[in-house]
Design a protein around this ligand. Sequence first.
Ligand code: NAD
Length: 265
Amino acid sequence: MSLDKSTVVCRRLVGRIAIVTGGAHGIGKAYAQRLSDEGAHIIIADIDGPASEATAAALSAKAGAAKSLGFRVDVSNEESLANMAAKTMEAFGRIDILINNAAIFATIPMSRLPFDEIGVDEWDRMMNVNLKGSWLAVRAVAPVMKAQKYGKIINIASGTAFKGTGGRIHYVTSKAGMLGLTKSLANDLGAYNINVNCLAPGSTLSEENATDEIKTMREGKANKRPLARTQLPEDLVGAMAFFCSSDSDFVTGQTLVVDGGTYMH
Ligand code: NAD
């Protein structure tokens, strides 16, 4: 018998309710698929409303899967996040897991300009979505998690936050902010049995219709890693499932870098 990855997925999340912001595309979609495979009901909360609905419908349609739901959410908007929490409660009556994955990155692209060529408006938009959006999303679900005395919050940073990079200072700074956000929230929410951790992916081929230029760029990172191959969304889902499950019940405030060893602490 061959032991491929699908053989070893367990079902640690049966009955759990998981919100994945930015879950309609790219890596967020892969997190949603894995959590659904582990038995959770998924809420796809993405600014792309039709893709959110389609992704949730595809998850629900898989044999044996729990029902999932998808709708448009703008994480930079408090009202939209209040609506996300209310709709989730109406449909499922709990919120167990929040993955703060939505970002301006590939699907809604960012510029990779030098620091002094990025406009003030673009800086503000980046911070509003990537960093403030994550804080606001936690504020929206925290009352429910506190009342349950249970919650798993996973923030998404990036390997670039540890190394820095030429260009896109607004993106890198927003991701470095996720490290502090994680530690502060872990302190504030520990008393309520809420774990707050962070996942930092390396350069990942997440684009749905990657151009040759993008493929070359992502593949070019492979020879800078001890594990010398292109990183794919599937490389991140095991670490995510760990943070979402009871296997990580005594882990909080931590950041796990999943990048094939490109950056070592
Ligand atoms: P992506 O751009 O495809 O995914 C981001 C998702 O967020 C998209 O579905 C997008 O529609 C959604 N989104 C954007 N603005 C939003 C808003 N205001 N409200 C709600 N949803 C919004 O990129 P990805 O590669 O899948 O990245 C996923 C996460 O991983 C991001 O946080 C990204 O910063 C991080 N990351 C990616 C890489 C990589 O190389 N791909 C590396 C490190 C970290």
